[in-house]
Write a protein that binds this ligand. Structure first.
Ligand SMILES: [Zn+2]
Length: 186
């Protein structure tokens, strides 16, 4: 992504810059549904966290995600941003859900910020549909057939069937640390 000096200036004007260890919230109105800031470059809406990372730390290799260590989707503080693979990103979301028990945790104080299931902006599926997908999978229905029925990618179906996503819709005993059945690989 090529950013001009004026892009960079425009970007930081939309961020409330606090001290190095505090969150730097996105203060412009344009946001994605999941709370990430949306910044327009060449008529394309991009995630503010990715822009912040690119400006301060360099280009992001294709296919990698930027995740927050602070559990605050609108935050643009580069000190709170890390590169991760897509599967690490999913693991990270699950970890945050599991740790959301302490009173001080962000996910506890702001459950709406915790990316899980239906609340997550990128999720196209409702919890009930995920249950249907599991049932079809359990009946041995081909993953490609299920994918086309629900209009999602084959990968999404595979993830659901292997329990890598939507773990919170699983019975409790499958969610945390139960590695016997491979559902809670970490
Ligand atoms: Zn932050």
């Amino acid at each position: 992504m090529n950013l001009t000096e004026s892009d960079k200036f425009r970007f930081w004007s939309k961020v409330k810059i606090n001290s190095a260890d505090q969150c730097w919230p996105w203060i412009a109105r344009s946001k994605f549904r999941d709370g990430y800031g949306a910044f327009k470059v060449k008529r394309k809406q991009l995630r503010a966290s990715r822009i912040s990372y690119t400006i301060t730390k360099g280009q992001i290799i294709d296919g990698l995600c930027v995740i927050h260590t602070c559990d605050n989707p609108s935050c643009c503080n580069p000190n709170h941003l890390l590169l991760a693979t897509q599967s690490e990103n999913i693991q990270d979301m699950c970890r945050k859900q599991r740790q959301a028990r302490g009173e001080k945790s962000g996910a506890r104080l702001h459950p709406e910020k915790c990316s899980r299931g239906e609340l997550h902006g990128q999720s196209k599926l409702k919890d009930a549909q995920v249950q249907q997908i599991r049932n079809l999978g359990a009946q041995g229905i081909n993953g490609h057939a299920i994918a086309s029925k629900f209009n999602v990618s084959y990968r999404t179906i595979r993830y659901i069937l292997s329990g890598k996503t939507w773990r919170h819709t699983l019975p409790t005993q499958f969610r945390v640390g139960n590695t016997k059945n491979g559902l809670a690989r970490k």
